[in-house]
Design a protein. Structure first.
Length: 271
């Protein structure tokens, strides 16, 4: 059997590997398993918290580290080894909480693989229904901050609202936060050094793989850093225009099993 050109494959989850039903189709799952059987390292690279990626990782039989929180964490769920875990500075997290409270915005606060929120609002429900992330209601989020700083924070609101906040938040926090969008309703905030490209480079280095030997699949703005880093950056057909522009190639939509069919072609899988 010829040695595959690509030795590492990083795949975003929501709206890339997962379809509109927020599930991994059997076409996609079978392709991932077949690629792993060739000896290729497949890793999930998600904006989600580590915990909420686990059912999908288990479904596909992956035993590799998971890139989560948009690159703020790299952790192997089987060994417990943590290769990377960055946190937002406490003063920055406080400023975000102050802003969200003053403007009555839904704020998701991520600490130790739990999703905390001050109230179960309709926007909290929307996020919870999509991700099934473990949730805890804490009316005073500032108490949570006293434990330790968060890994990630998200403001959840309409596309118009979160689009409107993107530039002001980047201007206000500058190099103290990495501010991006992974979904129309999510304004995501991570430690400034965290992104999927940096995390993927770390994973590749640990496995002795080069960028040229790496493929990355994504759909949204938070995927651009890893698509740029990988030797082959692939956007699904439903990706944001900026993501398609950054990618080397565009495939079918997530609703059309784009990832699985692309893996079949790239690795010449007999499925």
């Amino acid at each position: 059997m010829p040695f595959p050109q690509y030795q590492l494959c990083a795949i975003d989850m929501d709206d890339t590997l997962l379809g509109p039903d927020h599930a991994v189709s059997e076409v996609n799952a079978a392709a991932v398993r077949a690629v792993v059987a060739l000896g290729v390292t497949v890793v999930i690279a998600s904006g989600r918290m580590h915990e909420s990626t686990l059912p999908f990782v288990k479904q596909m039989g992956l035993t590799t580290p998971i890139i989560s929180y948009n690159g703020a964490m790299v952790k192997n769920p089987h060994t417990g080894d943590v290769w990377l875990h960055d946190r937002i500075d406490a003063d920055v997290a406080t400023a975000v909480m102050d802003y969200a409270r003053y403007h009555a915005l839904q704020l998701n606060y991520y600490l130790n693989d739990h999703f905390y929120t001050a109230a179960y609002t309709p926007w909290a429900k929307l996020y919870h229904d999509r991700t099934n992330a473990p949730i805890e209601i804490r009316p005073d989020l500032y108490e949570t901050l006293r434990e330790t700083s968060p890994t990630k924070m998200i403001i959840v609101d309409s596309k118009e609202k979160t689009d409107g906040l993107l530039a002001p938040f980047r201007e206000r926090f500058g190099d103290r936060l990495y501010v991006t969008k992974s979904n129309d309703e999510y304004l995501e905030m991570m430690p400034p050094q965290a992104n999927k490209g940096t995390a993927l480079a770390l994973v590749a280095s640990r496995f002795g793989v080069t960028a040229e030997q790496t493929i990355a699949f994504g759909d949204s703005y938070n995927d651009i850093p890893m698509l740029n880093w990988a030797g082959l950056g692939i956007a699904v057909g439903n990706a944001k225009p900026e993501v398609i522009a950054a990618a080397d190639r565009t495939i079918l939509r997530s609703s059309e099993n784009g990832v699985g069919l692309a893996l079949r072609e790239i690795f010449n899988l007999g499925l």
